[in-house]
Design a protein around this ligand. Structure first.
Ligand code: GLN
Length: 280
């Protein structure tokens, strides 16, 4: 069997299992099985696939056909300027979340030394991307999931920034450590009743802990804002990711907790996705 034949077969299996991106996914999974990049694969379609590579590839295809996201199968996801190790204990980093990184960077000059807290850090993708761009700043990342914290630490090590970041396994309720110039968070904000209508890729594979925002979708947003108002320095910035239609309520919660709203930033589909605010 050559690469082309393997691809055709993989594509067919994914298509018949209603995986929308069946061609791209087959190509990515085959390239990974062969340890080639995708362009190399596509330039060498007549090469023969080895037995062990074929086994790996069809094992990947069998996972993908049951809706497991490609990023979990590969074990990494590209975010901002790096590949992040991921697994099922963390959310897959989303392109929309890069907006948070961008907004944080707007608030910190290149050589400034700031103390930054990331609440619900997951893979660490937000805080590590920021620290990679701001070499004099220091980061703190907390997460309720011990497995997430282990993964984030691993990502810090791979990117050689372990000396400027502390990852701590902690619930936000029990965290009273430090005062921060800037706090960033992408909290779980999906309304409980909306979780069952999410894509199968998300609802069957991504951690409920990272998605579930309680009955009204605001339970974690509220917690993060309340606690941030204690942990943040005066004039410090709080930068939050929010979901569809959550802008007005979030603004009100922020105002009640002593924050001034600086701006709302839209995501790539035009949805209000990020709120930048300042503690008065
Ligand atoms: N953006 C994610 C989604 O749409 C949700 C992330 C979150 O709850 N923080 O699935």
């Amino acid at each position: 069997m050559n690469y082309q034949e393997a691809l055709t077969k993989g594509t067919k299996i994914l298509k018949s299992n209603k995986i929308k991106s069946f061609i791209l996914d087959s190509e990515i999974l085959l390239a990974s099985s062969l340890k080639l990049d995708r362009s190399r694969l596509l330039l060498n379609l007549n090469n023969n696939i080895k037995k062990n590579q074929k086994e790996i590839f069809f094992n990947f295809i069998n996972r993908r056909k049951k809706n497991e996201p490609v990023a979990y199968i590969l074990g990494f996801k590209e975010f901002w300027k790096n590949n992040f190790k991921i697994n099922k204990s963390v959310l897959i980093p989303r392109p929309d979340t890069e907006i948070l990184v961008d907004q944080v960077l707007k608030e910190i000059k290149k050589n400034e030394t700031k103390q930054i807290l990331d609440i619900g850090t997951g893979s660490g993708c937000i805080i590590l991307s920021v620290l990679n761009e701001r070499k004099n700043s220091f980061g703190y990342g907390i997460d309720i999931s011990k497995k997430a914290i282990n993964l984030a630490k691993n990502n810090a090590k791979i990117q050689h920034i372990s000396n400027r970041i502390k990852f701590l396994h902690s619930n936000i309720d029990n965290y009273y450590f430090g005062k921060y110039d800037l706090i960033v968070s992408n909290p779980p904000y999906i309304k409980l009743s909306d979780i069952s209508v999410l894509d199968k890729d998300i609802k069957f594979f991504e951690p409920n802990l990272a998605l579930n925002g309680g009955v009204d979708g605001f339970s974690k947003i509220r917690k993060v804002i309340k606690k941030s108002s204690i942990l943040i320095k005066k004039k410090g910035k709080l930068i939050l990711e929010i979901g569809f239609n959550q802008e007005i309520n979030t603004k009100n919660i922020l105002k009640k907790n002593g924050f001034y709203i600086n701006r709302i930033v839209k995501d790539f589909s035009g949805i209000n996705r990020c709120i930048v605010s300042t503690k008065l």
